[in-house]
Design a protein around this ligand. Structure first.
Ligand code: FAD
Ligand code: AMP
Length: 479
């Protein structure tokens, strides 16, 4: 038996690496097992988020957005820059550099905090032992008092559209195109599909999105999702709702996709097809016999509110357990579990986890939508403020969208905030803090916001809950 640790974390994505660093900071002897290897065969930390998720997608979204601004919008501002062109190779090289800086950064943080890095595939054995098998096939077994499973998720594959080398790809493949596909198909108009569709649309692809559901973005407040649909279709994303993909065929260098919609069987041909139909928890080859760790019917590791599995001292966090598949959710769970292992009473507020779609405009929300609040039996009161009435939004040439505050009318407590607009992903942070501190709409309304900022729209939406927005004709006068 090799070394014994206080904590062994399996998986170094944003759930696992944060848990490992926190545990080490608290003085616990910590190791983190990771099996991800890059093209050069070197172990890399950071998981889906840093390697093929949040970070590379945001790098491409930022570049493609700047390109569209320069091409289509600078003229309106009086800036002439002549012909604008894109260098895809350079865009990809920058993206790769950002990724390698950040993944290298995690390895550096492990060293700085004294986290032992174990390279290879981890397997949980009974009695809190972890077997680590390296790329050379050699195995070593380690003992720990506590184990944190953070093995994340992988893209779902569907039989009608099996992956190919380079024509039918998942989200990771869509971050690697070397040229702009003329006709791009995207199966699934969820968050990841919309972001990747936006990148390639901005760079010139004709993008068709095939979404099986009749409702666009059902997780988002209806008023906001309608506005999002309007804005994204205006940019040229052809979003077909109620379109279920039933088959695909690769012909030469094209993909023919078959789908059904309200009018029957349809067919469309693409140069590339991205499959973005969701992600599944990843536990392949993870669990040995008699570990006491159970999976639910959808394959998620079963945990309680504190991420404890059925086996005492074995925890699971991040995408591999219930809850939204978001990097920051996994990281917060990692901090909570490390604190619990250290003997503190820690908990997480699952009601205040923000979500962001990094399209342009961005869409961000926290808490309940108006419809969810009604379903949950709240007497709902809302306040909406459009960015078209915001001085800063006008100065920024970004007047699309709105802020919507949802409150429990009986207490005035803020139970949801929903934003579509420029920098919505940054603006939502103040709503998260307000909700974390149990703020009422009046608390927000009585808070001083800097002028001129986009955040004033949050202030105005809170004022609008009671019909008192300053820069808008209100629904009702003060009684
Ligand atoms: P992961 O990041 O999946 O990490 C799990 C790690 O465990 C991996 O490194 C894996 O190699 C390792 N592992 C698995 N099994 C073993 C084993 N047996 N032994 C050793 N190691 C193992 N989320 C956001 O919050 N914001 C975004 O903007 C965002 N954008 C995204 C864009 C895309 C294109 C994608 C695909 C995802 C995006 N996500 C985003 C989701 C986010 O990436 C995930 O929620 C997050 O990475 C989950 O973190 P995790 O630590 O649970 O798992
Ligand atoms: P998300 O879970 O947010 O990543 O979104 C994935 C989307 O893919 C969901 O909205 C699903 O309805 C959609 N989807 C799943 N299977 C199919 C299919 N065969 N054809 C079209 N859309 C699909």
């Amino acid at each position: 038996m090799a070394d014994k640790f206080d904590v062994i974390v399996i998986g170094a994505g944003p759930g696992g690496y944060v848990a490992a660093i926190r545990a080490a900071q608290l003085g616990l002897k910590t190791a983190c097992v990771e099996k991800w290897v890059n093209r050069e065969g070197k172990t890399v930390h950071g998981g889906t988020c840093l390697n093929v998720g949040c970070i590379p997608s945001k790098s491409l979204l930022e570049t493609s957005h700047k390109y569209v601004e320069a091409r289509d919008e600078y003229g309106d501002l009086g800036i002439s820059i002549g012909d604008v062109s894109m260098d895809i190779e350079k865009m990809m090289a920058r993206k790769d550099k950002v990724v390698s800086q950040l993944t290298g950064g995690i390895s550096g943080l492990f060293k700085a905090n004294g986290v032992t890095s174990l390279e290879g595939a981890g397997k949980l054995l009974k009695d809190k032992q972890v077997e680590v098998t390296g790329q050379d096939g050699e195995s070593q077994t380690y003992q720990a008092d506590n184990i944190i499973i953070a093995t994340g998720s992988v893209p779902v594959e569907i039989p009608p559209a099996p992956m190919t080398e380079d024509l039918i790809v998942d989200s990771a493949g869509a971050l690697e195109f070397q040229e702009v596909p003329k006709r791009l198909g995207v199966i699934g108009a969820g968050v990841i599909g919309l972001e990747l569709g936006s990148v390639w649309r901005r760079l010139g692809s004709e993008v068709t999105m095939l979404e099986a559901l009749d409702t666009f973005l059902p997780v988002v407040d209806e008023q906001i999702s309608k506005e999002t649909y309007k804005q994204l279709t205006k940019q040229g994303l052809d979003i077909k709702l109620g379109a279920r993909v039933t088959g695909s065929e690769v012909r030469d260098s094209e993909v023919v996709v078959k789908y059904t919609d309200s009018e029957g069987e349809q067919e469309q041909t693409f140069d590339k097809l991205i499959v973005c139909v969701g992600r599944r928890p990843y536990t392949d080859s993870l669990l040995g016999d008699d570990t006491g760790v159970e999976l639910d019917e959808r394959g998620f590791i079963q945990v309680d509110d504190t991420c404890q599995t059925g086996a005492p001292g074995v925890y699971a966090i991040g995408d591999v357990v219930r809850g939204p598949m978001l990097a920051h959710k996994g990281s917060e769970e990692g901090v909570m579990v490390a604190d619990i292992i250290h003997g503190e009473k820690a908990e997480m507020n699952y009601e205040a986890i923000p979500s962001v779609i990094y399209t342009a405009p961005e869409v961000a929300w926290v808490g309940r939508s108006e419809q969810q609040a009604q379903e949950d039996g709240f007497e709902v009161k809302t306040g909406v403020f459009p960015f078209s009435a915001s001085g800063r939004a006008m100065a920024n040439n970004a007047t699309e969208g709105m802020v919507k505050v949802v409150t429990d009318a009986s207490t005035d407590r803020v139970i949801g905030v929903h934003i579509i607009g420029q920098h919505a992903g940054e603006l939502i942070a103040e709503a998260v803090i307000a909700m974390e501190f149990g703020s009422s709409a009046e608390d927000l309304a009585l808070t001083c916001f800097a002028h001129p900022t986009l955040s004033e729209a949050v202030h105005e939406a809170a004022l609008a809950v009671d019909g008192h927005a300053i820069h808008m004709a209100n629904r009702k006068k003060k009684s």
